[in-house]
Design a binder for this molecule. Structure first.
Ligand code: GH3
Ligand code: MG
Length: 321
């Protein structure tokens, strides 16, 4: 265990896990791999190899086929079921050359296969290439995750962007149509924001958008709720399984918290501080219509709130203060 703790602490070069019951073969492999600058851990059978794998997550496994307790084929199959086990390259090194054994190794999940006696130059090149490939694969995966996140997040406010809003609204619509439950949408628009930019400058406008975004986001409390930046100075709250009355409560909460921010806005027609107008709409989604119905209703309610003097919310049927 002390070897394992040392490796966990000093992981500055690729780690090779050698699983072989032959002590002499393990020693030879260790020497060859250490000459390449890799760290090495040895296991005498598949069972111990799996334990070491779980603790160390090596960059590659060099695996014998025939071993006591657990053979290489079973090791491979069990490795596939472990978290990211299917992404770790496994190079089988064995005396078994018959077609059936080769097929069995690849079917169990081995990435590559070399036979004994080992051609050491070939082995070194294979190990190097397999490690490089798996590192590249990992880098691509994490770059992909970053891209996926960027594609759904608004850069200025870090809220869900319009694309994410559209996806979430559609998914909520489909789910609630099945469950026959209400879906509420609140559209929130900053009052007299053009005047705010003109008075305080575009940078202050951006800061204001960030603060409002944070505040609106704090009002989306349930896991299925989503706060999004809908457009320039317009935000949206998707509230699944929420009746109109629940939507009104959330809108009041937004208003209250925005007021509490006390962001000065001397050129606003509605107040001396930054305020929002909000349009609330609630429907029970139907399979034969689509979410644009709900957006249109919320947009009309928002327009009513603006027309009635701003700094207030309206529902899609009635005007409430
Ligand atoms: P109303 O009360 O009717 O909503 O008036 P308004 O001035 O808020 O609305 P209008 O649509 O006339 O102007 C919206 C302004 O929001 C204009 C635009 O420059 C500003 N805006 C949109 N996106 C951004 C942004 O990312 N940063 C900044 N600073 N301003 C933005
Ligand atoms: Mg506005």
């Amino acid at each position: 265990m002390s070897e394992i703790s040392t490796i966990l602490e000093q992981r500055d070069s690729p780690l090779v896990l050698v699983v072989d019951d032959d002590v002499f073969m393990r020693l030879q492999l260790r020497r060859a791999m250490e000459q390449e600058g890799y760290q090495v851990v040895e296991a005498p059978n598949g069972e111990q190899g799996l334990e070491d794998y779980k603790h160390l997550h090596p960059d590659i496994v060099l695996l014998d086929a025939l071993m006591p307790i657990m053979d290489g084929f079973t090791f491979c199959a069990k490795l596939q079921a472990l978290p990211s086990g299917d992404r770790t390259p496994v190079l089988m090194i064995t005396g078994l050359e018959d077609e059936e054994s080769v097929a069995q190794a690849f079917a169990a999940g081995a990435t590559d296969y070399v036979t004994k006696p080992i051609h050491w130059a070939v082995l070194r090149q294979r190990v190097k290439r397999l490690i490089q490939q798996s590192q590249l694969h990992r880098q691509l995966e994490s770059a992909n995750q970053v891209l996926q996140r960027l594609a759904l997040v608004d850069g200025l406010t870090q809220l869900a962007n319009r694309r994410c809003f559209d996806q979430h609204l559609y998914q909520s619509w489909q789910r609630l149509a099945r469950e026959r439950l209400s879906l509420t949408l609140i559209l929130c628009d900053i009052d007299c924001f053009k005047a705010y930019n003109d008075t305080y400058g575009h940078q202050a406008g951006d800061d204001c958008l960030q603060q409002i975004a944070k505040t609106i986001s704090s009002c989306a409390r349930r896991p299925a709720d989503l706060a999004a930046r809908y457009g320039g100075e317009e935000f949206a709250l998707i509230l699944p399984s929420t009746e109109s009355r629940g939507g009104v409560k959330v809108a009041q909460d937004v208003q209250y918290k925005v007021k509490a921010l006390q962001l000065p806005h001397n050129s606003s027609q509605a107040s001396h501080s930054v305020t929002l107008s909000l349009g609330i709409a609630t429907v029970v989604p139907q399979f034969d219509s689509n979410p644009s119905v709900l957006v249109t209703l919320a947009d009309k309610a928002l327009y009513q709130a603006k027309a009635a003097g701003r700094n207030q919310y309206c529902t899609s049927q009635t005007s409430l203060y």
